[in-house]
Write a protein that binds this ligand. Structure first.
Ligand code: ZN
Length: 108
């Protein structure tokens, strides 16, 4: 089992899981039913592959997704709450509109 991706939004992890399954890569999501109010990355839904032989293919799908997401073509997501000031920030924004703190659900 190899962890390849995690995100605070279960919908994002689920989307990637379906992408991998479409590509014929066996995978599953850990922490799928975790309460989203957990802030720690340890409790984020995490996409895992069962066969390390699929690692390269899986990572290429994940990185393509990350790039597309950064480019603004991200899938439907939920608004997030700024950890710094507590404002609601639209899912399409990578950082808080109020205080420019980077979003917790965005890649570094
Ligand atoms: Zn803020």
């Amino acid at each position: 089992m190899t962890e390849i991706f995690s995100d605070s939004e279960p919908v994002v992890v689920g989307f990637l899981q379906s992408q991998l399954e479409t590509a014929g890569i066996p995978c599953f999501v850990r922490n799928q039913h975790t309460d989203a109010s957990y802030q720690s990355v340890l409790f984020w839904p995490t996409l895992c592959i069962t066969d390390e032989g699929d690692l390269d293919a899986a990572l290429s799908i994940v990185s393509a997704f990350a790039l597309a997401r950064k480019a603004g073509t991200q899938i439907q997501g939920k608004d997030w709450e700024c950890a710094q000031c507590g404002e609601r920030v639209p899912a399409s924004l990578g950082e808080c509109w109020n205080c420019t703190t980077p979003g917790a659900n965005n890649e570094p």
